[in-house]
Design a protein around this ligand. Sequence first.
Ligand SMILES: [Zn+2]
Ligand SMILES: [Zn+2]
Length: 267
Amino acid sequence: MFAAALTWEKLVGIGSAVAVENAVRYTLFAGLGWLLGYVWFRQRWAKRKIVPAYPARTDVWREVRLSLTTVIFYGLVGAATVWAALQGWTQLYWKPAAHGWGWFAASIGLTILVHDTYFYWTHRLMHHPRLFRWFHRGHHLSTNPSPWAAYAFDPLEAIVQAGIFPVAVALYPIHPLAFATFMVWQLTFNIFGHAGYEFWPRWLMDSWLGKVMNTPTAHILHHQHLRGHYGLYFNWWDRLLGTNLDHYEACFREVTSPERHAPHPSH
Ligand SMILES: [Zn+2]
Ligand SMILES: [Zn+2]
C-alpha cells in the first residue's frame, strides 16, 4: 500500500471503524461484567465485594458516558497510527506469517509487558498535582467503580491510554490482529479490576504469584485512597518502587476470608 492511496475519507473510515469496534467490545464485555456481578450473582458474590456499598446510578452513567467518549479518541489515535504506518514510519505489518507465527504469539505477550510498564509510569505521572485534574480526574470520580469504569477517562487521559498502540508499533513488529488480541486481554483485565469483587483465590497472597500478579483489591484500594497501586496487570513495579499501600495484603486476606460476612449494601 502506498501513502498516496490514503485519502481523508479512508482515514476517517479507519478511525470510525476503530472507534466503533472499541465501543462494541467495551459494551459487550463491560455489559457482561455488569450482568454477572451486579444482576445475576450479586447475592452469591456479595462476600467478595471489596467495598460493601454498590455504586449509585449516576456514577455508573458517568462511567458509561466517559467510556464511550474514550473510544472516539481511540479512533483518532488509531487512524493517526495507521496513517503513520502507511508512511512507513512504524513496524506494523499486514501479513500474519511475515515474521513467523512464533513471533506473532510472542508479540502479544511482549505488548502486555510493555503496556504494564507504560501504564505504571504514565499513571504515576498523571497523579502529579499539576496534571491530575487535566488528565486523570474523571477516572477518579469513581471511588467505588463498576465494570463500566474500565474506559472512564477524560479526553487527555484517553489519548495517553490509546498511546500504547503507536508506542508498540514504533518499538517492534506487530500485526493488527496480535494487537487486537492484546486489546481483548487488556479490556478483560481492566473490567476484572474495576468490577468491585476479588476474584483471585485466597492462597494467591501466600504464593509467589501474589507478588507478581495484580488483584482487583489493589486497584479498588487505588480508587479509594487516590494513591498507591499504580500498576495494571502485574504488581512488580509497585513492589519495586514501594507504592503498594501498607494494608494491601491484609485487605486482600480480609476480603477473601471464608469467615467474612456478606456486607449490607447501602444501595
Ligand atoms: Zn489513578
Ligand atoms: Zn481504575
